[in-house]
Design a protein around this ligand. Structure first.
Ligand SMILES: Cc1cc2nc3c(=O)[nH]c(=O)nc-3n(C[C@H](O)[C@H](O)[C@H](O)COP(=O)(O)O)c2cc1C
Length: 242
């Protein structure tokens, strides 16, 4: 009997020892304490401006724009589609020359577009429409409003030669746009007729302007030999003092 009691006691002691060595179940960690007020991410308006961002106020932007303004404008008319000797083109011959003048002088560019673009994209049909307009002395309307000319002292005016003259839409511009006292510089692209009297007709339209020496560029050169044309444009501009 004593032995049995002793055995039970030993078992009980062993059981107690095992229980002490076993891994107790992990207590679920309490949620981390949340700070009373979590700071919100800064809204864009509250972001601290970087030094150069700070300088970009509306006033600073307006001043920068004013400083970069030019007093030179390149006003031009030009057609894409099928053109003489160059096939179907995506940028007009005159537009190419206009852009070169713009690049070299920092001038603003403005393309005269017809209000109602009735000009065919095929060469033969275009020549028919243009001839008809010339015979009628038409004044085709241009789209939108031209830029404020009071900001410019020198205006380059360019167009393709159409039947030995400015396209009639240029006369619409001349007759509706006072340019007294300014220097006007004609340029053409053509297929053999050169400047075709652009300078004389410009002088007749603007008797109180200075008409500077013009430039005539073959349309096929503008399209196919831009380096040579760029160099002609540069030489001419330098003669004019640009
Ligand atoms: C309606 C029309 C009439 C033209 N008349 C002449 C002309 O009389 N003399 C000439 O040399 N080229 C003439 N051309 C050729 C254009 O002047 C030449 O292709 C020009 O570079 C086209 O320029 P653009 O692509 O800027 O319109 C005429 C072209 C057209 C479409």
């Amino acid at each position: 009997m004593k032995k049995a009691i002793l055995f039970v006691l030993i078992l009980a002691m062993l059981a107690g020892l095992c229980a002490c060595g076993s891994t107790a179940p992990q207590a679920t960690p309490a949620p981390a304490p949340v700070p009373e007020s979590t700071p919100e991410p800064a809204s864009p308006a509250e972001k601290t401006a970087a030094p150069d961002e700070a300088a970009e106020t509306p006033e600073a932007a307006a001043e920068a724009q004013e400083a970069s303004e030019t007093n030179i404008l390149v006003l031009y008319f030009s057609r894409t589609g099928e053109q003489y000797e160059v096939g179907v083109i995506e940028k007009g011959n005159t537009a190419i020359v206009a852009e070169m003048i713009g690049e070299a002088t920092g001038a603003d560019l403005y393309e005269i577009l017809p209000a109602d673009d009735h000009y065919p994209m095929t060469y033969k049909e275009l020549t028919d429409v243009a001839l008809q307009e010339q015979r009628e002395g038409a004044r085709p309307a241009y789209a939108g409003e031209l830029p404020d000319m009071s900001s410019y002292d020198t205006i380059f005016i360019g167009a393709p030669v159409w039947w030995g003259d400015w396209p009639m839409i240029l006369y619409t511009v001349f007759e509706s746009t006072p340019l007294s006292g300014k220097t006007l510089v004609p340029f053409s692209t053509h297929a053999g007729s050169g400047l075709s009297g652009f300078d004389r007709s410009l002088a007749a339209a603007y008797p109180d302007c200075t008409i500077a020496k013009g430039l005539a560029i073959a349309g096929s050169d503008a399209q196919n030999d831009p380096d040579q044309v760029r160099s002609s444009v540069a030489g001419w501009l330098s003669e004019l003092g640009f």
